[in-house]
Design a protein around this ligand. Structure first.
Ligand code: CP3
Length: 355
């Protein structure tokens, strides 16, 4: 229609990259590779520039964000950059009292558990995160034809931090709310969907070429509960950004039983952890979507030959589906040897170029 946005300049400049082509299930010169958490503690240059600056403070400084986002692209020659930020940044931006504690993760001062608490979740205004638009603009300028992936936390995973007040193994308060007060839960997720959609929109309009919705902890749910209590909110996020036409990636950990539904929520690419082989994932997701994954991040601690054998197994399983983006099954572990990552990128490129 007439008011459909045209591709941003950055999206047009990256449309022919291996990463974007793979997301669209088009032929590629080599299998594209990037790593979740590629920017971060595994890199000495990251630890150096972060010295003395808190995590959330770093996310609000466009110069630092730009440098940290570019570090793994320079070092590893990955096929995409991921915007350096955190899933709780938009929640901080609307005024919630939260922090990211080193070695722990996001911690929320006053958990959200009642209807009155919902008032603290106001909509996100683009001006609340002007530093994001600024950093994305600087980055896409620097990156040229290399795509920048924008991201956000999905409503369930954000809710789990807000309701628990911090990281949680069993998500008991979150599930108590979901099962016990379904209308309050639905309203909470709907508000979070609005915030998430607004945060992704800022990144896309500033030049992100793709977006990933991280529902890291949704694997804690059974499929029926996911369908009923989570999928509508995640679908709302994907619908809100559909008009931009940028590839939408959806990822969670331990989501083997949810892969089909996570695709149906509106993703173009479904991220898979290491527990489900990609040929099996393809049959769960359907042939019309691309897959991303799925080497066990702990494999990188094994000898080089083992890494290559396991990477070859991932590539072999992926041939069952036409679009494949090579990644780990979850984020890079902080003590990973960065050289092992660089070698893995080169291995995937050279192995798949020959095909
Ligand atoms: O390179 C990239 O992938 C981009 C950066 C990125 C960060 N967080 C930086 C970060 C991304 C994509 C995230 C997303 C994120 N944050 C998720 C979804 C991805 C996933 O891993 O499942 C989740 C669940 C969070 C919440 C969160 N923030 C956790 C669990 C932690 C780790 C706590 C710790 O210290 O072990 C954080 C902090 C965080 N986010 C760090 C980084 C680099 C570490 C803090 C630091 O370096 O001081």
């Amino acid at each position: 229609t007439a008011d459909d946005p045209r591709p941003t300049r950055a999206a047009a400049a990256t449309a022919d990259s291996a990463f974007i082509r793979a997301c669209r299930r088009e032929p590629v010169p080599h299998t594209p590779v990037w790593f979740m958490r590629q920017a971060g503690r595994s890199l000495p240059e990251y630890r150096k520039v972060r010295e003395g600056t808190g995590m959330l403070e770093s996310c609000m400084r466009p110069d630092l964000v730009t440098e940290i986002t570019l570090q793994p692209v320079r070092r590893h020659k990955v096929d995409a950059a991921i915007y350096f930020s955190d899933i709780v940044v938009p929640l901080k931006a609307i005024g919630l009292d939260l922090d990211i504690k080193p070695g722990i993760g996001p911690v929320v001062a006053q958990p959200i558990r009642t209807r009155a608490d919902l008032d603290r979740l106001r909509p996100l205004d683009p001006d609340d995160v002007s530093y994001v638009a600024e950093a994305v603009g600087m980055l896409t300028e620097e990156l040229g034809s290399t795509p920048l992936i924008g991201f956000a936390g999905a409503p369930f995973t954000l809710a789990s931090y807000l309701v628990e007040g911090g990281p949680s193994r069993n998500h008991e308060h979150t599930k108590a709310l979901m099962y016990g007060e379904p209308q309050l839960w639905a309203d909470l997720l709907d508000r979070l969907a609005g915030i998430t959609a607004a945060f992704l929109t800022v990144q896309i309009e500033a030049g992100a070429s793709a977006v990933q919705l991280f529902d890291s902890w949704v694997g804690a749910l059974a499929p029926d509960d996911y369908r009923r209590s989570v999928m509508p909110a995640s679908a709302k996020v994907f619908d809100a950004v559909a008009r931009y036409g940028v590839p939408r990636i959806h990822f969670g950990v331990g989501t083997g039983e949810l892969l089909g539904l996570m695709g149906q929520a509106g993703a173009d690419v479904v991220g898979v952890d290491w527990r489900v082989p990609l040929d099996e994932a393809a049959s769960r997701v359907g042939r019309h979507k691309a897959l991303q994954g799925n080497l066990d991040p702990a494999v990188l601690f094994a000898p080089r030959q083992v890494v290559e054998t396991k990477a070859r197994e991932v590539l072999h399983a992926a041939q069952a589906g036409p679009g494949h983006i090579f990644n780990l099954g979850h984020g890079v572990l902080p003590s990973t040897d960065p050289d092992a990552l660089t070698r893995l990128v080169e291995f995937v490129h050279t192995t798949t170029e020959a095909r």
